[in-house]
Design a protein around this ligand. Structure first.
Ligand code: CND
Ligand code: ZN
Ligand code: ZN
Length: 335
């Protein structure tokens, strides 16, 4: 591993939002160099620069063969196993097993991944930047261009201006949205949001009315596309309600807290809204990640604007504190 980002999903695991077999090595957004391969591996070789894929692409299952989906059946998204696809874990500590996370476990100098969970990228790419294509960038950008399919001239609302939310804004802008309204409780996030393409920023605490009402008024009846990039039930419902009742599309990107159900009024959908969600921005990793890296190298989108801190791996806890306090966008840890 050469560089890894700290994503909010790693912190969600620490706080126990999703049950995981423990002890575990977290981390799922990284870039590195292949050290060695198994006998039957053909798509990567030692020395290749690669990005691990927290969502594998086996290429053979019904999901991989479907043109519009990416949650490969080799990945048990909702019931994490904490192992390789063969059911083993390759980490141990004093003889006891340490579980793996999302098939990647990038908070480690070395990891073992299935061939379906890693892809070769341009050898010239800067690993301390393109590691963000392993999660944040692809998740956010793809949620706009692949999942919502944002249209030219449309109005979008993005709830949550962390690293992933900022990449949603970049995707909306690239798709030609005319208005991008950014929503966050932390106004310190607004300058960055504007830098990457937001046209307006609002803080729900500045209004007496519910946020979805404010957004409906601002957009003359409801936005075309809305994105929840926080991971909370109230913002998921607010994002759904703020999109136009007849043709609005709302996408869940944030990871909601586990162990609970969400109550919603089905009338919100009966009138014509579309409610969607996706992991990794709808991208199939093996096919898309090398292309996204090539697009980055061709300067089609920036990653510098979302990297606020670079720390040595030993300072991982400082990086997590920066995320929790809202002071960082993305912290990259280097090995
Ligand atoms: P990060 O914590 O950096 O950003 C969340 C933002 O939401 C912060 O700026 C908060 O201030 C803001 N916020 C908090 N509460 C509210 C609220 N009530 N209203 C408006 N804004 C609020 O997180 P991140 O950008 O790294 O990740 C965002 C979510 O995306 C998070 O839930 C993460 O687990 C999830 C995610 C999903 C996927 C996927 O594949 N779908 C991949 N990676 C991360
Ligand atoms: Zn992530
Ligand atoms: Zn598959």
């Amino acid at each position: 591993m050469v560089a890894t980002g700290i994503c909010r999903s790693d912190d969600h695991m620490i706080s126990g939002q999703l049950a995981l077999p423990l002890p575990v090595i977290l981390g799922h957004e990284a870039a590195g160099i292949v050290e060695s391969i198994g006998d039957e591996v053909t798509t990567v070789k030692p020395g290749d620069k690669v990005i691990p894929l927290f969502l594998p692409q086996c290429g053979k299952c019904a999901v991989c063969k479907h043109p519009e989906s990416n949650a490969c059946l080799k990945c048990k998204l909702t019931v994490p196993q904490g192992t390789m696809q063969d059911g083993t874990t390759r980490f141990t500590c004093r003889g006891k097993p340490i579980y793996q996370f999302a098939g990647t476990s990038t908070f480690s100098e070395y990891s073992v991944v299935d061939e379906t969970s890693v892809v070769k990228i341009d050898p010239a790419s800067p690993l301390e930047k393109v590691c963000l294509i392993g999660c944040a960038f692809s998740t956010g950008y793809g949620s706009a261009v692949n999942v919502a399919k944002v249209t030219k001239g449309s109005t979008c609302a993005v709830f949550g201006l962390g690293g992933v939310g900022l990449c949603v804004i970049m995707g909306c802008k690239a798709a030609g949205a005319a208005r991008i309204i950014a929503v966050d409780l932390n106004k310190d996030k607004f300058a960055k949001a504007k830098e990457v393409g937001a046209t307006e920023c609002i803080n729900p605490q500045d209004f007496k009315k519910p946020t979805h009402e404010v957004l409906k008024e601002m957009s003359g009846g409801g936005v075309d596309f809305s994105f929840e990039v926080v991971g909370r039930y109230d913002t998921i419902l607010s994002a759904l309600s703020c999109c136009h009742e007849a043709y609005g599309v709302s996408v869940i990107v944030g990871q909601p807290p586990g162990f609970q159900d969400l109550r919603m009024d089905p009338m919100l959908l009966l009138t014509g809204r579309t409610w969607k969600g996706a992991v990794f921005g709808g991208y199939k990793g093996k096919d898309s990640v090398p292309k996204l890296v090539a697009d980055f190298m061709a300067k089609k989108f920036p990653l510098d604007s979302i990297i606020t801190h670079v720390l040595p791996f030993e300072k991982i806890n400082e990086g997590l504190d920066l995320l929790r306090s809202g002071k960082s966008i993305y912290t990259i840890l280097t090995f």
